[in-house]
Ligand binder design. Structure first.
Ligand code: SF4
Ligand code: SF4
Length: 281
């Protein structure tokens, strides 16, 4: 049976922010109803041990996030949360099972215009980190920053808080299971992808082999990059994962990537995929 390292599930595409580096198509699908989440997990739990509650949106903006976590617990699934930290008000529950990792996008916080609000949010994030570092929790915290020249101010904020050198050249461990993770800047390829008609060019991607995604409306997509649902492979409300992975479209993508060939035009300009280009020269 197929097994995936992780399945991305978007419980809502609402985040309340408007980051310049993010596609502007948020809040079109809304919230994934609990019944649909339950149905998705019932099927997913045979294929993975880990779900990531993110594609677009901020799962912590959901007032009933604990109900989603309870369902994950019922299916014995570990949960990864990706958040901006803006809605990080209570955080004790984030340091317990089923949560395994919390990723906080510090770049999203830096996009907030009001410096007063930014400070307040950083304070909450740093308090969360300190609570985690002083606890026996098994949860990992990744503070994510992009390798961008304009992140000097962010580095200063972090160095002042954690009293240690922090650079954009490598990750920095700031305490127990708490790491600042530097990532290459990422650009979504939503617009340029539409203009491509040429398929079957060279390229590799791990999508559909190590992971896939489910949008808040139940649409199944190959990856967390496809935030606009350009490659809809099925819908979890009516199709089983087995059926979706037996479809010609899905099989053709998997077969293509395995032999270093892109079969979906949407994948041609994907900057995430391009990091694997050295595989297939
Ligand atoms: S990057 Fe994240 S926090 Fe920022 S607008 Fe996009 S979904 Fe919202
Ligand atoms: S190439 Fe990009 S868009 Fe295509 S499946 Fe991979 S990550 Fe998704």
């Amino acid at each position: 049976m197929m097994k995936f390292q992780k399945i991305y599930i978007e419980i809502s595409d609402i985040c309340g922010l408007d980051c310049s580096f993010c596609p502007s198509m948020k809040n079109t699908r809304g919230k994934m109803p609990l019944w649909l989440f339950q149905k998705a997990l019932k099927d997913c739990s045979s294929y993975t041990k880990l779900i990531a509650l993110h594609i677009l949106g901020d799962p912590l903006k959901m007032p009933n996030i604990r109900e989603y976590l309870a369902i994950a617990t019922n299916y014995n699934l570990n949960v990864e949360i990706t958040t901006s930290g803006v809605y990080l008000n209570e955080f004790e529950f984030l340091l317990k099972s089923p949560i395994r990792q919390v990723n906080i996008s510090l770049d999203a916080v830096m996009e907030i215009k009001s410096s007063h609000l930014r400070k307040q949010i950083f304070r909450k994030i740093f308090d969360f980190c300190r609570t985690r570092m002083e606890s026996q929790s098994e949860v990992f915290i990744n503070l994510r920053i992009q390798k961008r020249a304009q992140n000097k101010e962010l580095l200063n904020i972090l160095q002042e808080e954690f009293k240690m050198p922090i650079s954009l050249d490598s990750n920095t461990r700031i305490g127990k299971k708490t790491i600042i993770v530097v990532r290459e800047p990422f650009l979504w390829n939503l617009e340029s992808a539409k203009s491509h008609h040429i398929k079957h060019t060279k390229g590799f991607c791990y999508a559909l082999q190590t992971h896939f995604g489910i949008l808040a409306n139940g649409d199944v997509v190959p990856c967390c990059i496809d935030v606009g649902g350009n490659i809809i492979l099925g819908n979890i409300a009516k199709d089983s994962i087995a059926t979706i992975f037996n479809s010609n479209r899905t099989k053709s993508m998997i077969k293509g990537f395995k032999s270093g060939i892109i079969v979906e035009s949407f994948c041609i300009d994907c900057s995430f995929r391009k990091q694997f280009d050295w595989f297939i020269v």
